[in-house]
Design a protein around this ligand. Structure first.
Ligand SMILES: *[C@@H]1O[C@H](CO)[C@@H](O)[C@H](O)[C@H]1NC(C)=O
Ligand SMILES: *[C@@H]1O[C@H](CO)[C@@H](O)[C@H](O)[C@H]1NC(C)=O
Length: 197
């Protein structure tokens, strides 16, 4: 019986700890993310700009290869089959030492036989300002050699609950020796206004 009561208390505590989406209007603004909408439409529109650092080498790699490529001579993409797990910093500027605004956690796979492309499956969890604790799910094909490519944003949590949108992604630097890639993200997301869901 007391176990049941304990379980009930635990479940109530868990359900109470699910955060209620806040209004970004009530929070101090941050320079890397802005609301674009008037606040009167059915959706909240937010633009976020930050830098992604993929660091596969050195003493503290943030991207680790967990499955090696299995490409054969029939595949012109030598990385085909590779799986990389990431916990990559997202920062305010292209300098990895600049302010941390979030972390990109998840993986990318080299899933194209013949193109320089990856499939991303990541949660971008933010740690700054009103977006602290909110996340966006970035998922889809990324043609990383293209000067600018578009990757879908398929969901989110917190302020970005039920978000949909897109990221315009551009490589800033790629060090062919270390493999370190610095990538800019310009993200536009639509989130249903409170009460719309
Ligand atoms: C590229 O990485 C190598 C190895 O870490 C480093 O020695 C070199 O300075 C880097 N090049 C640039 C342009 O940052
Ligand atoms: C970021 O994306 C928005 C919306 O697509 C666009 O209006 C803006 O010019 C972009 N900013 C930069 C710096 O590319």
């Amino acid at each position: 019986m007391s176990r049941l009561i304990g379980l009930a208390i635990l479940l109530v505590t868990i359900s109470m700890s699910v955060p209620t989406p806040l209004s970004a209007h009530d929070q101090p603004p941050v320079s890397w993310a802005k609301r674009l909408d008037s606040g009167t439409g059915p959706d909240t529109v937010t633009n976020l700009q930050f830098y992604f650092h993929d660091i596969p080498s050195g003493s503290n790699p943030t991207a680790v290869e967990v499955v090696k490529p299995v490409a054969t001579a029939s595949h012109s993409n030598p990385f085909f089959g590779e799986v990389v797990i990431v916990d990559d910093p997202l920062t305010l500027t292209a300098d990895v030492g600049s302010k941390l605004v979030g972390r990109a956690q998840g993986m990318y796979t080299a899933s194209s036989q013949n193109e320089p492309a990856i499939s991303m499956s990541m949660s971008f969890g933010f740690v700054d300002g009103p977006y602290d604790g909110s996340s966006l799910i970035v998922m889809g094909k990324n043609m990383y050699m293209s000067p600018a490519r578009e990757v879908p944003v398929v969901g989110g949590t917190g302020l970005f609950r039920m978000a949909r949108g897109y990221a315009v992604v551009k490589s800033v630097t790629l060090n062919s020796t270390s493999g370190v890639a610095v990538v800019s993200y310009n993200v536009t997301v639509y989130t249903p206004a409170a009460g719309a869901y």
